[in-house]
Design a protein around this ligand. Sequence first.
Ligand code: F6R
Length: 611
Amino acid sequence: MCGIVAYIGPREAYPIILKGLKRLEYRGYDSSGVALLNHGLHVYKKKGKVADLEESLVGKNLHAHAGIGHTRWATHGEPSDRNAHPHQSANGKLAMIHNGIIENYAQLKNELQKKGYVFKSDTDTEVLLNFIEDIQKNNYCGLEEAVRIALRRVVGAYVIVLLDQDNPDTIIAARKGSPLVIGVGKGEHFLASDASPIIEYTKEAVYVNDYELAILRPDELILKNLGNEKLTPFIQKLDLELAAIEKEGYDHFMLKEIFEQPDTIFDCLRGRLDVGNATITMAGVQNNIEHLKNANRIIMVACGTSWHAGLIAEYIFEELCRIPVEVEYASEFRYRNPVIHKGDVIIAISQSGETADTIVAIEKAKEQGAFIFGVVNVVGSSISRIADAGAYTHAGPEIGVASTKAFTAQLVVLALIALKIAKEKNAINDDRYVHLLNELHNVPEKAKAILPMNEHIKKLAEKYKHAKDALYLGRGYNFPVALEGALKLKEISYIHAEGYAAAEMKHGPIALVDEALPVVFVATKDSCHEKIVSNIQEIKARKGKVIAVVSEGDDVIPKMSDDIITVPEADELVAPMLSVIPLQLFAYHIGVAKGLDVDKPRNLAKSVTVE
Ligand code: F6R
């Protein structure tokens, strides 16, 4: 979490940094700040969104050719002006921004306090900065050497970027566990948490690895390891278009990304699914097919929405491949002592590829001999680099904090992988295989057919926006969709919502049902259809309000529901790729109707790079 941007070169630094911070605001938005070098160090910080910072700086002389900027998601210390980054060292000469957590900060702080250091903020960042200053003082060394010495003592995750008043032509940055990209321009360098602040200026980028230090000057980029050995920067071409990271006429990124799903699902299938020849081309699967088809067990490891994709994948893989599947929260998996054998395959699912818990979980599993397969959206991200093999979801940049298009793309990729393994294993008969290839092929068109329901769903949102709680129920493949629908509503509208397997309702949650409780049923036509009809009757008998997502042509459930949303009929295995879309829209419109900032829900950040 937290977004960082830096610039050094002939252009004005402030406008580049400000624009970059706005692009990175999805990573955190409780406060922001910039430090600019212009005959000394000038630091400006503000609680609130980047727009608040911008407003507070109107009329100021912000001329500078080197600067750093930060948008924060608070870890140590409440959101406030004084806890916002950049922080300044005690002697006022250094400014630093930080993304991550310094776990041994209390010990370092104690040591520094004994030496007389006084802290202006509650942050771990200020501690590390003064620790660096102190090393510089005691060792009579330059900033680069001081950073290197300091980082050898630091426990935790970080990207740090420093400006030094005494060396105005140099920016120093280092990374362990949080993302950092350098944009290489002509006589200028850019630096950011992801490529979005950079692509407008250059398509040449260097992804900094863990334990590396970068020294940036307008016309020089030096990369070193913490042992002070020079490394050769690997310059990559950025495959990202500006349009992909702009709203393009939509009110919110979330709405744009929901509406993009017919295209992103199509992109995800493109070049992989060949219905005519009944083949699936996926190099990551094909090249590792022995590992995958002979897996004793598959463990899906993920967090949040990606974990819900893992739950659906459990149903798909067990049905098609007949391989036992477990689905684990990365945060739990990494801290217990899981039994992992050599023949186990871990599928790590992540939009960002930077989720701290997922990274550590797969690192641990890899150490114990598991084969790691990544299903990741962000190309070049940490998880994609740690994994032994993988398949990208190709959903394009997802900027709305609530995951939408990445989720459906994950489902598509996971279904393709399962189908390919099942075919290689001879675990699926030809008719079912060909039928499912066709079903997948038809998903983009069917997703498109759902979008005109937007206006109807907006009206439903108006009707239900005052609800205090909501229940989401589904069975079989649609059970994880119910969980995902509830998560979307919680995070976007702040309405308390719970997802349940519909039959579990009778074991407790049914006690919540009264005439004020909206109950959303994900009830498309599948093998559990008759059962879910009974569950709806049970809710109606207790006067609950039923909103049902049903398949076109269903003439049973609409008669017993208060409101319905219709989606095209599809095989139950692909149905979640469609039935989730109205739930995304429902959460979106309730959030908007309540006047909330749906792209930046409170307390959340897009990439959870702290555990
Ligand atoms: C919810 C949401 C989060 C993420 C979770 C994992 O809308 O976006 O729950 O799904 O933080 O993130 P990734 O997929 O980047 O690992």
